[in-house]
Write a protein that binds this ligand. Structure first.
Ligand code: AHG
Ligand code: MN
Ligand code: MN
Length: 340
């Protein structure tokens, strides 16, 4: 039996005591996100048994096929979050425009931005998938419907961010920023509670020698990106040095899964720009920025190759960015190659 059983609710209340200005303001928001995660987890774990596999036949704003579970997760989150009076609007990967709070519900002071189901291409083959979320404080006057200016804020101003990974177990990882640290909770489905399993997560540095990138795009990368990847493949650096131990490559193709492995083991995840995706594929608001806040709070880094992800001020709800995420020492190596 564990030394002590701490539920996410109890943890958030304790955090409230230790950091009065930190997690207390959106404890109810985080409870509701945890509730939505439990519902999605149940559906994901039964996906093979009920008719939630496959595609809806629609395409989203990115032209990507919408999977039934994408639409389901989207619906669950909106329904769990739209009536509690905490939000002035929401942004989802699956919706072109901002999601307004229905008039019959009270408006709040926060914005929720989320990727309801990340790694959709892996749903039908039983590979881990996830949900990513980001919380901002509104910047427009209280009591009015949220606007895009409430959403287009730099990642450095996030109040909280995190992800849920639906894998061999369902885990929720969140942070309220460097001060609050990063904490992981594992869902015990027998009691329907997220229990604290990974308190104060710190990314290992020196890291596990693992790099993670889709090398099928090698021919479409810039020359510096190719040289960076060659460095990891060969263990050779440009100063003539040779690191005989070298690196391993791991690429799952679900950002949440690749990020979670990198957070717990250390290493470097890369989704570079390439000729078919000159701004990269991953979206700033609900993929790169929330993960960047988690990694920075765990002692890691997140860069677009030149600057911190959390410094990017997006101009569009679905802006994309290249992403280099992981142990600070390896993100620094990536930047040194990419800026050469
Ligand atoms: P989503 O399913 O939310 O659209 O995200 C998919 C993303 C991300 O999960 C992953 O890192 C990336 O797509 C994989 O892209 P490639 O298949 O091009 O490697
Ligand atoms: Mn995604
Ligand atoms: Mn998605």
């Amino acid at each position: 039996m564990r030394s002590k059983v701490v539920t996410i609710d109890r943890h958030i209340i304790d955090q409230e005591r230790n950091h009065p200005g930190a997690s207390g303001r959106f404890s109810a928001l985080l409870y509701d996100i945890a509730l939505a995660a439990k519902i999605i987890s149940r559906e994901v774990n039964m996906a093979g048994l009920i008719d939630v596999l496959g595609r809806t036949g629609e395409r989203n704003v990115h032209g990507e096929q919408v999977q039934k579970l994408d639409a389901f997760a989207q619906e669950v989150i909106v329904k769990a979050m739209d009536h509690a009076g905490h939000l002035c609007c929401m942004v989802s990967e699956e919706c072109d425009e901002i999601i307004a709070i229905p008039e019959r519900f009270e408006l709040g002071n926060y914005v929720l931005l989320f990727d309801p189901l990340d790694g959709s291409s892996n749903i039908n083959v039983n590979v881990s998938i996830g949900t990513i979320f980001s919380i901002h404080q509104r910047v427009t006057p209280a009591g009015t419907p949220g606007t895009t200016s409430d959403c287009l804020q730099p990642g450095s101003r996030q109040l909280a961010a995190g992800y849920v990974i639906y894998g061999s177990s369902t885990m929720l990882v969140y942070t309220t920023g460097v001060e609050g640290g990063v904490h992981g909770f594992t869902l015990d489905p027998s009691i329907g509670e997220f229990l604290l399993s990974n308190p104060h997560i710190r990314i290992p540095d020196p890291p596990a020698r693992v790099y993670s990138v889709n090398e099928a795009y090698y021919s479409r990368w810039s020359e510096p990106q190719r040289r960076l990847t060659d460095h990891f493949r060969s263990g050779r650096d440009e100063g003539g040095g040779h690191d005989p131990e070298g690196y391993k490559s791991r690429y799952i193709g679900s950002l949440v899964s690749d990020a979670h492995r990198t957070l717990l083991q250390g290493g470097l995840f890369m989704y570079p720009a390439e000729t078919r995706a000159p701004a990269g594929k991953l979206r700033v608001l609900y993929e790169a920025a929330p993960l960047a806040l988690v990694f920075e709070a765990a002692g890691g880094r997140a860069s677009d190759g030149r600057r911190d992800i959390t410094s990017i001020v997006p101009t569009g709800l679905h802006d994309r960015t290249p992403l280099f995420l992981g142990s600070a020492s390896l993100v620094n190596v990536a930047e040194s190659y990419l800026q050469s």
